[in-house]
Design a protein around this ligand. Structure first.
Ligand code: GLA
Length: 398
């Protein structure tokens, strides 16, 4: 049996906090953050990713109201926000509630008539750390809003509408990976997701390795602009490559051989971006097979290649992420290390032999702090189930 994550809220705590704030007894929903093992910046190129949902979640307590208002208490900001479901576009955005209000907007835009409700939102996923706190908020809120309105929606539709909230309401042009894995995660597994067909295959994680996350403590919240720029560069690459291959729709359709053959069509930076995406897609497919075969040696090599490609070709790493990966690589029992998520700070993901986890945490923490002056947060995560309704146990227990 896996132990509950000590960093996680319990359903009982959320119920108590909700009642203390709103005076009523809520239904509770949970949606996880994620760690991506490999396949970075491939999702919005119709490519492949290999994320796992983790045992850190966003929790949403909800009680319906008699009107069309959303009253949202965002615990991480200690802020309450009120918004009318009939005036969502006129709402002056506040960071504390942009994601939940965006989800309400996307659901209503898709023709789902919601009910007003009180919402208490508490996130365990560290914000701006590359573990997808935003998708966890979106998905947990979507489940709560849909349930209160009595609307049944397929999980993949939920993920797509949450992505729409982030793209068109919040303004970050993210792909589908984070919302999809938050909806569909499977305990002890990663999902090999084809971001074009949205077909996913569960890939068992090695039983002899722990997923260890190292937070550089460098926030990536200035990265939104760069993220959108990378997307635009990929689109430019597709536009230019179409002159040689009219049938391509996305970088997913381009092979390494084709890219090399027509390299002269692309300015240097655009070539680099395309080179990362095309080779990363290949790495994801190799990695999925390597996980299935238990070929840890190949996984380590692919994770290292992925990190280097993100650093050199895609230019979304930073000094602290590179250092964290370098320090991890010199520890015993490490089976793979790379940056995870959008980049420019946030976390690395490491596969570490169970017996080596404690010394790894101590040594990496010490060395990183010595070299940067920053005290990193380092901890093991379990691959967890996707979003769900949870039942609080009286007394605040699980
Ligand atoms: C962020 C986005 C995802 C994905 C990753 C990079 O997490 O939300 O859609 O593009 O960056 O792989």
């Amino acid at each position: 049996m896996t132990m509950p994550n000590p960093r996680s809220h319990t359903p009982g705590e959320i119920a108590q906090k909700f009642t203390a704030h709103f005076g009523t007894k809520p239904e509770i929903y949970r949606a996880p953050g994620r760690v991506n093992l490999i396949g970075e910046h491939t999702d919005y190129n119709d490519g492949f990713v290999l994320p796992a949902a983790v045992d850190l979640s966003c929790w949403v307590g909800v009680v319906p109201r008699g009107d069309r208002k959303l009253v949202i208490y965002a615990e991480n900001y200690s802020e309450e926000v009120e918004v009318d479901l009939d005036a969502l576009t006129a709402w002056v955005k506040r960071p504390s509630a942009a994601y939940p209000v965006g989800v309400a907007w996307a659901l209503e835009q898709a023709g789902h008539r919601l009910r007003g409700c009180d919402l208490y939102i508490a996130g365990d996923v560290p914000m701006g750390s590359g573990l997808s706190s935003s998708a966890s908020i979106e998905v947990a809120t979507a489940l709560a809003l849909l349930e209160v309105a009595g609307i049944q929606l397929d999980r993949t539709q939920v993920a797509l509408l949450c992505q729409r909230a982030e793209n068109d309401f919040v303004g970050a042009r993210c792909g589908i990976m984070d919302q999809f894995i938050s909806c569909h995660g499977k305990a002890e597994h990663a999902l090999l997701l084809d971001c074009r067909s949205l077909h996913a295959r569960a890939i068992p994680l090695p039983a002899d390795a722990a997923l260890v996350v190292c937070n550089t403590m460098v926030k990536h919240n200035l990265a939104a602009n760069e993220y959108n720029n990378r997307r635009a560069e990929c689109e430019e690459g597709v536009r230019l490559l179409k002159t040689a291959f009219p049938a391509i729709v996305a970088l997913r359709d381009v092979t390494s051989a084709q890219l090399e053959q027509h390299r002269q069509l692309l300015p240097g930076k655009i070539y680099q971006r395309c080179h990362h995406v095309v080779t990363e897609n290949e790495r994801v497919l190799h990695a999925a097979t390597a996980f299935e075969k238990g070929d840890l040696f190949t996984i380590a090599r692919l994770m290292a290649d992925s990190h280097n490609s993100l650093r050199d070709d895609y230019e979304v790493s930073c000094r602290e992420l590179d250092l964290m990966v370098e320090i991890a690589g010199s520890q015993k029992g490490v089976l793979g290390a790379r940056m995870t998520g959008g980049g420019f700070g946030g976390c690395t993901v490491n596969l570490v032999e169970h017996a080596a986890v404690e010394p790894f945490v101590a040594a990496v923490g010490r060395e990183y702090q010595k070299r940067t002056g920053l005290k990193p947060d380092i901890y093991s995560l379990e691959a967890a189930e996707g979003a769900e309704a949870v039942v609080p146990v009286p007394g605040g227990l699980r």
